[in-house]
Design a protein around this ligand. Structure first.
Ligand code: KIV
Ligand code: ZN
Length: 508
């Protein structure tokens, strides 16, 4: 296989994806996602924008040190201070990459940067040369490339390649491109830039017109060999091109693209679920590839066709991307060993300590449910193993609610070795319980978003609540899991408060 037959997948979930309004991940969550992206087999993980904040820097450095396999990239503007900070964060990675960017479009030059083309050209070349002093792998992004003058962009591309850029990214920053036009644009650059064979041309498309994936595929047709994208298509404004859609388009239409990737397909679904639950950004049911309905056939004609021959109405198989069809699993008599083996078959390699926590959680669920399904186990691992330290632990909850009574809740929270009780009334049982929690924590979170879903099926299904809570101006995604949906709701509220507290502690 030649490099021309390979597409390099550059995942920016932790950088552009984290720029989604209301998303804020802590270091542990970013590490979990980065490890999962490595299992998925992406080629490059953009771990963050180190100069943006102390938290970003710490997360990028932790990922660079811990995650093996993919290249670890850090973003920086085209100036020395940014580049120094990024290098500091990524230098311990197995394969580090400095990703520096500078806008090239007339609009950005005139209004944002207030610089001439010549000044931009010089700054871009200097930035790449400076980054090269530290790192052999340097990517240059011409921000707003798709609205830039083609001659100027070709000059910038040629110059940064001469300066040592290994990858030149040509983003559709504002999601303005239309597939045919964007494909031609990449083709034009490929043919105008004489040293283009000395670097990889990359695309990075935003979804403002819902065309990010289509534009990325057109970019590949035009000659791009790296695609930048994010899990579930999250990202700034309407988001980035969805990683899973690009992977599956390349796989399903190999006949057309004739390009391979290094992806472990069976990790796609798990990656999507992990990102959705840690960011609190729900995946819409009709989302391509990973939506709940992506493989659901409703009409009788379709179901009949499927029974006769699956390929009549299915172009991808759910098993390929890791959607498990077998739901039968463990019960309350299953032992630790069977549990461990089963978790390993689901892809969770747990340490002794993690196994202990997960097994204790499993026993509690198994006491309440006859059969514990794979979905329950996945949710349990997220709840117990990927959890941050619990400053506040919900120990007891009692609610009185109904159509003729004022909803009232009593809660008991443990804070280290002390317990605190509070009671409150509210507009509903969840509101009452959260108010009671507020009386103890004195934090008064504002619930911006609340989503309850059943894990798996059946009346005894576990309820999973993902909420987004604003505390002191910052938004935290909280998760809670229980067979009781009010309890799951309060747990998700307390989880968000714990994240807030944890962030403060880390900062200190
Ligand atoms: O959309 C964009 O142009 C970016 C660059 C920083 C790569 O995110
Ligand atoms: Zn972007």
């Amino acid at each position: 296989m030649s490099a021309q037959d390979r597409i390099y997948l550059f995942d920016t979930t932790l950088r552009d994806g984290e720029q989604s309004p209301g998303v804020s991940l802590n270091v542990e969550e970013k590490l979990d996602i980065a490890h999962q992206l490595a299992r998925l087999g992406v080629d490059i993980i953009e771990a963050g924008f180190p100069i943006a904040s102390q938290g970003d820097f710490a997360a990028v450095r932790a990922i660079a040190r811990a995650v093996k396999g993919p290249v670890i990239a850090g973003l920086c503007r085209a100036n020395r201070e940014d580049i120094d900070r990024t290098w500091e964060a990524i230098k311990d990675a197995e394969s580090p990459r400095i990703h520096t960017f500078l806008a090239t479009s007339p609009i950005h030059l005139k209004y944002k940067l207030k610089k001439s083309r010549e000044e931009i050209l010089v700054q871009a070349v200097e930035a790449v040369k400076y980054a090269k002093r530290f790192c052999s792998d340097v990517e240059f992004s011409a921000e707003d490339a798709s609205r830039s003058d083609l001659d100027f962009l070709a000059r910038v591309t040629e110059s940064v390649i001469n300066a040592g850029a290994t990858v030149v990214n040509l983003p559709d920053t504002v999601g303005y491109g239309i597939p045919e036009e964007f494909g031609r644009f990449i083709q034009e650059i490929m043919s105008r830039v004489i040293n283009v064979d000395q670097a990889i041309i990359s695309v990075h498309c935003h979804d403002d017109l819902g065309l990010a994936v289509a534009n990325s595929m057109a970019g590949i047709m035009g000659g791009a060999r790296q695609v930048e994208c994010a899990v579930n298509g999250i990202g700034e404004r309407a988001g980035n091109a969805a990683l899973e859609e690009i992977i599956m388009a390349l796989y399903t239409r190999y006949d057309l693209f004739k390009k391979t990737t290094g992806i472990n397909y069976s990790e796609i679904y798990r990656t999507s679920r992990l990102v959705s639950s840690l960011t609190g950004m729900q995946v819409q049911p009709n989302k391509a590839v990973v939506g709940k309905n992506a493989f659901a056939h409703e009409s009788g004609i379709h179901q009949d066709g499927m029974l006769k021959e699956r390929t009549t109405y299915e172009i991808m198989s759910p098993e390929l991307i890791g959607v498990s069809q077998s739901q039968l699993v463990l019960g309350k008599h299953s032992g630790r060993h069977a549990f461990q083996e089963h978790m390993a078959s689901l892809g969770f390699t747990l340490s002794e300590d993690e196994l202990e926590k997960a097994f204790a959680g499993f026993k509690m669920i198994a006491d309440k449910k006859k059969q514990v399904t794979n979905d329950d186990l996945e949710a349990l691992v997220k709840d117990k193993v990927y959890a941050i330290p619990e400053r506040f632990r919900l120990e007891y909850l009692h609610v009185v609610s109904g159509s003729t009574v004022i909803p009232t809740a009593t809660v008991r929270l443990r804070i280290e070795d002390k317990v605190f009780h509070a009671a409150a009334t509210g507009d509903g049982p969840v509101d009452a319980a959260c108010r009671a929690v507020d009386r103890i924590t004195d934090l008064y979170g504002k619930m911006l978003d609340y989503k309850l879903s059943a894990v798996g099926g059946g009346k005894d299904a576990l309820g999973e609540v993902v909420s987004r809570i604003q505390i002191d101006g910052k938004v935290y995604a909280g998760r809670g899991l229980s067979t009781d949906i009010i309890e799951a709701s309060v747990k998700s509220y307390v989880n968000a408060i714990n994240k807030h507290y944890y962030e403060i502690q880390r900062r200190e």
